[in-house]
Design a protein. Structure first.
Length: 439
């Protein structure tokens, strides 16, 4: 009997993870479990795609598994019991797995699962990253060897289960061709014969109906011809008697139709004009919607804070007050870290604390914290350092009362420089933390 990965995941992970994650994310346990019931089949299907379609896909999955402790599924409670730092470590690990499995499709998966489960997009995004390492741990424990053939044999046996449990729409979104093939190839001989008999019966019925219809048409024609003759005479008589009246009626009817069409298109034209205006002014609709909900208590506290000029908080308030024009992103102006580490220097942390006041005043706003370095040193170390610094900023925001579920982090090393790396001044600008409003 072949191993059922999805069944093992349900037994070993879903219940415990939904309980712990729901508390961490501020969501209900039932909704979290519903989301996981969609997430795991999607991830398993993506693993199948990797091992089946890519020449080096099987080895790639083995590499992902190699980076995970196979006993992770037995330590779910201790991970969440370790606080934000421990959970952030899980999210960081999961981020790489999800990027490898889903790539640019992850946002679509998050949105679809949100509609199914009722979870917020931010919560589903975090849950997806939590689920990735857990799945790799379950798969890793079932492998009898670390050869590509082992992962291929194991995962190709999961197709039927995934096809039966995958939420509608995810198969096409993820490009899981085997889902459609299984469904199309699942018809039995009996159903095929039944369909053939049904088609034959329908053809016989259609033939009988055509014959009956022909007879009815002949009988109807002998009444239709006199009626048409009388109708034609009346039309000619009244048209000749009052041609101006006929023309006047036609003109009036045309006028009414024209006015109706013009009226109906006014609303559509106005909507298009409004949309075009927003686009031309560079208004960020995503950000605008996210700032609609206001916590009045937190807003009262926010209004008492005096923000330093060009600080991240000052930039974000200017973006809000300016009608959400431009990109919904800001850069910390006076945030510094100890050299070569993710430790925030004593005085510069105030800029993060002030930003937290804005986030608490607008509880629907989710953000992405992106860390960058200059080009000095090895790139892998730069990526790790930039990621660690982004996480440090997140942890400080969480300590100030901002939900961790509203914040995602990334480390990009020396990518996307905003100044030259040939001068000290340029390198200082490239060592930065950016905050982007994502919802």
């Amino acid at each position: 009997m072949s191993t059922n990965i999805l069944e093992l995941v349900k037994e070993q992970v879903t219940g415990q993870l939904s309980k712990q994650a729901s508390s961490f994310l501020g969501e209900t346990e039932n909704n979290t479990k519903s989301a996981l019931n969609g997430i795991f089949p999607a991830l398993i299907g993506s693993v199948i795609n990797k091992v089946e379609e890519e020449p080096k896909g099987a080895q790639g999955i083995l590499d992902l598994i190699g980076g995970i402790d196979n006993d992770i599924v037995n330590n779910i409670g201790s991970i969440f019991g370790g606080g934000a730092s421990s959970v952030n470590s899980l999210l960081t690990s999961g981020s790489g797995i999800i990027e490898s499995l889903l790539g640019s499709k992850s946002s679509g998966v998050v949105e679809l699962i949100s509609k199914i489960s009722g979870l917020k997009n931010g919560s589903n995004s975090a849950l997806l990253k939590m689920a990735g390492p857990m799945l790799m741990g379950v798969i890793g424990k079932q492998l009898h060897s670390k050869e590509p053939a082992a992962i291929i044999d194991l995962m190709l046996g999961q197709k039927s289960t995934v096809s039966n449990h995958l939420p509608a729409g995810l198969g096409s979104l993820l490009g899981l061709d085997f889902v459609n093939k299984l469904k199309l190839g699942g018809d039995s001989l009996e159903s095929t014969l039944t369909q053939r008999k049904s088609d034959e019966k329908r053809n016989e019925t259609n033939t009988d109906n055509k014959l009956k219809s022909s007879g009815s048409s002949l009988r109807f024609l002998k009444w239709l011809i006199p009626i048409l003759f009388i109708g034609g005479f009346l039309w000619w008589y009244f048209g000749m008697k009052s041609p101006n009246k006929v023309i006047s009626d036609a003109a009036e009817a045309t006028k009414e139709v024209t006015e109706s069409v013009v009226e109906a298109t006014k609303g559509t034209a106005q909507n298009m004009n409004d949309a075009t205006k927003d686009m031309s002014e560079g208004v960020s609709t995503v950000a605008k919607n996210a700032f609609e909900t206001v916590d009045q208590t937190a807003m009262a506290a926010l209004e008492k804070i005096e923000f330093a000029a060009n600080s991240a908080g000052d930039q974000l308030l200017a973006f809000i007050d300016g009608g959400f024009v431009g990109e919904p992103s800001v850069i910390f102006n006076d945030l510094t870290f100890e050299t070569g580490s993710a430790t925030i220097t004593n005085q510069s942390g105030i800029e993060i604390d002030n930003l937290s006041a804005i986030l608490k005043a607008y509880p629907d706003v989710n953000i992405e914290i992106n860390g960058y370095t200059d080009s000095t040193g090895e790139e892998k170390q730069n990526v790790d350092l930039s990621k660690a610094r982004a996480i440090a900023v997140k942890e400080r925001l969480v300590s100030q009362g901002v939900s961790a579920a509203r914040i995602s982090t990334n480390g990009y090393g020396s990518d996307n420089p905003i100044a030259t790396n040939e001068t000290e001044e340029g390198r200082a600008k490239n060592r930065r933390i950016e905050v982007v409003v994502v919802q």
